[in-house]
Design a binder for this molecule. Sequence first.
Ligand code: SF4
Ligand code: SF4
Length: 69
Amino acid sequence: MDTNRNPEINTNLCDNCGICVENCTENALHLEKQGPVFNSPNTCTYCAICEEICPLHAIRVPYTVSWKA
Ligand code: SF4
Ligand code: SF4
C-alpha cells in the first residue's frame, strides 16, 4: 500500500499566492517559483486544510477507500 502520497498540485491553476504554505500546520510545503512543493513526503498528515483553503482549487487531497475482501 502506498502510504506516502502527497496532495496533488496543479501548477497551471496555481497563482503562487502562498496561502496553502502559510496555513499548513505541518510545514509540509514551501513556495518555489513554480508553486508550492513538499519539504518531505512524510511530513504531510493529509489533513486537507490546503485543499479547503486554496482559492483556485489548485491543490487536491484525493482519498482512496480500500478494504480487504
Ligand atoms: S493556495 Fe492554491 S493558488 Fe495559492 S499557492 Fe497554494 S496551491 Fe497555489
Ligand atoms: S494536507 Fe495538510 S499537512 Fe498536507 S500539505 Fe495540506 S495542509 Fe499540509
